[in-house]
Design a protein around this ligand. Structure first.
Ligand code: AMP
Ligand code: TRP
Length: 351
């Protein structure tokens, strides 16, 4: 560690990671642990904001994700790894910050709107027309089962995660920008209301691939069913690569096309040192999509294989994982307790 600055990030435990999590966030984490005082945590409370009725997989999903983190190179000797719900100070500060969060900030949050739309679409697929769906979306309650108090408060909890450790930098994918903005606004609002600043204003840290597209061109996400997971068998990955969306105007192999917006090209940028050359060839109509996809898979295959091999040494080592999160919990609680105590003092809840 060569800087005292604090870096913090978390992921919801959705099981095995997908390539968006891996290239958009995790790779960055492994680099940052050598430089900063890093906190990385399993955001299990956040996963309850939508999947509150699917807790049966929570423990297994957390374990699978932690195993992926270790395989990718996160090292508990270099960073603090913990589980969000193991740190009760977070829930306490979340309550306090909730009191000063204007409702409008949450209702206007684009991620909230997008996610509700997606969840509603999945729930009412084929049962409701666009207009009724739109009306449901615009009503303040949305849908009884989908939009809970906790779901609306997602950004407050995320702000709490960040502010409680005085994090200066938050390495996340581009999809988290709006959430981070709320964390910054809350830090400022607290100082304005109580006349004393209590928190460091966090800044996002993006990777060069801050938005990994899914097979269909939308952001890669488990809930969009467009993801490639690190745990997938290679034949499935190959089929998915061959089915990736490309420029719809390219009908024949030698038609010139526009690689920007093409999913395959986005992945070449990640995996192929010759991506710039492929880009020119594609524009000139000198490269067909099938050949381009085959080359991409050939580049992805060794990395995915090596990851699976490396993962074997951590798999099913529940003792190791327990030990890591227990140590992490102690460190995270100590750091969180400091901020919570000073916040309570400033708010005059304690003397
Ligand atoms: P989540 O699985 O939504 O908790 O995301 C965990 C981390 O991965 C966050 O930092 C996200 O910003 C990042 N992430 C998720 N999906 C993508 C994506 N498609 N592209 C880039 N980063 C992503
Ligand atoms: N919202 C983040 C995501 O979906 C997960 C998360 C929760 C997080 N709390 C955080 C990320 C604090 C960074 C910092 O990816």
């Amino acid at each position: 560690m060569n800087s005292e600055k604090i870096v913090l990030s978390g992921m919801r435990p959705t099981g095995r990671l997908h390539l968006g999590n891996f290239h958009g966030a995790l790779k960055n984490w492994t680099r940052l642990q050598d430089k900063y005082n890093c906190y990385f945590f399993v955001a299990d409370l956040h996963s309850l904001t939508t999947a509150y009725d699917q807790t049966q997989n929570l423990a297994a999903n957390s374990q699978a994700m932690l195993t992926d983190w270790l395989t990718a190179g996160l090292d508990p000797r270099k960073c603090t790894i913990y589980i969000q719900s193991d740190v009760p100070e977070i829930s306490e500060l979340n309550t306090l910050l909730g009191m000063i969060t204007p409702l409008g900030w949450l209702l206007r949050n684009p991620t909230y709107k997008e996610q509700i739309q997606e969840l509603l679409k999945q729930k009412y697929a084929g049962q409701m027309d666009e207009k009724s769906l739109g009306e449901k979306l615009n009503s303040i309650a949305g849908d009884e089962e989908i939009s809970s108090f906790g779901f609306l408060g997602y950004p407050v909890l995320m702000a709490t995660d960040i502010l409680i450790h005085q994090a200066a930098y938050v390495p996340v994918g581009k999809d988290q920008t709006a959430h981070l903005e709320i964390a910054r606004d809350l830090a400022r609002r607290f100082a304005e209301i109580y006349g004393t600043p209590a928190f460091t204003e966090p800044e996002p840290l993006f990777t060069s691939v801050a938005r990994v597209p899914g097979l269909d061109g939308r952001k890669m996400s488990k809930s969009y069913n467009n993801a490639i997971s690190l745990g997938e068998d290679l034949e499935t990955v190959r089929k998915k690569v061959m089915a990736m969306f490309t420029d719809p105007n390219k009908k024949k192999a030698n038609d010139p096309a526009d690689p920007e917006g093409c999913v395959v090209f986005a992945f070449h940028k990640i995996y192929n040192p010759n991506a710039a050359k492929r880009c020119e060839e594609c524009k000139a109509g000198a490269l067909g999509c099938v050949a381009c996809k085959k080359e991409l898979f050939a580049l992805m295959e060794p990395e995915l294989k090596a990851f699976s091999e490396r993962r074997k040494s951590f798999e099913n080592d529940t003792d190791l994982l327990h030990k890591i999160v227990l140590e992490g919990k102690e460190k995270a609680r100590a750091s969180a307790a400091k901020t919570l105590a000073s916040v309570k003092k400033i708010m005059r809840i304690t003397q």
